[in-house]
Write a protein that binds this ligand. Sequence first.
Ligand code: NAP
Length: 300
Amino acid sequence: MTTPPTVVFGGTGFLGAVLVRELVESGRPARLVARRPRWPSWAEDSDPLEILEADIRDPRRVAEALEGAGAVVNATSLYVASRNVGFEDIHVTAAAALARQVREAGIERLVQLSGIGASRDSASAYVRARAHGEIAVMDALPKAVILRPSVLFGRNDSFLSNLARLTRLPAIPLFGQGHNRLQPVHVVDVARAIVRLTGADRPERYLFELGGADILSYREVLSLVMQHLGRERPLVPLPFAAWHALARGLGWLPEPPLTRDQVILMQSDNLVSEGVGTFADLGMQPRTLRESLPACLPDI
Ligand SMILES: NC(=O)c1ccc[n+]([C@@H]2O[C@H](COP(=O)([O-])OP(=O)(O)OC[C@H]3O[C@@H](n4cnc5c(N)ncnc54)[C@H](OP(=O)(O)O)[C@@H]3O)[C@@H](O)[C@H]2O)c1
């Protein structure tokens, strides 16, 4: 009997693309879904891979994408809301509708991507939508797995590449004092965790938080990046009020490089909490940012 495909919504994204590759390389059929899907450059014609064009907000296209599926992963994202599409549309309404369709299709497993710190009480509309989305998905499909990663890094990421770009400045402005702590996690580790969570031998847990092996302040991450690149720059604390004013000013751009929600996220720690599923429950040891830097920022 052939293994049914794992459907990856957001299969061209930073995480989704790595997940699709990990699935195929582990011998599992994958179906890559996005609004503008592309055949990955690494893939051979003979690979167990299909690509399908669908907007997650279109139930008819979603139904086609789910046909014959064994598992589903929702790795779509929306980081900047616009007049046409808001956080609630993607992270709550579309995520819950997908979960309902997964249930109605009798598919055993759905992994819904969220993020560490998801909270209904957050000052950030993005973070609130993530929390409402988790609840709506669990209501629609109580056996769904909610997966909250910390900030993702890897080759061609935006996290480390943006920090590397900052080191070209004569001095680097910090969010506040730069003391907020992060637990950056390698994108391949998260993808491999999802391969396990959608496989036959999966743990009976429904909430996972995945953080990397290093807990580092923003200041420490910047120092590691500078050390790796052989650049030394002064780190200059900048009050959050100034960052909020900057984000407000940039808010008029169609694709602002900094948003209010990103500033709010930098005002608190982003760490794995107690009592949730972790890499350990999947028998995995995540890698460290320190050791991964040379591979992630090779030619900058
Ligand atoms: N990156 C991080 O550091 C991080 C940290 C914590 C949590 N997460 C979560 O992990 C998930 C994946 O994040 P990512 O950074 O990999 O995202 P990403 O790189 O922005 O990729 C988003 C993917 O979603 C697809 N997409 C967007 N809107 C869609 C729609 N309406 N219908 C169908 N597909 C759509 C995009 O392709 P098209 O535009 O072609 O449709 C793309 O494949 C998200 O839920 C994110 O919140 C990410």
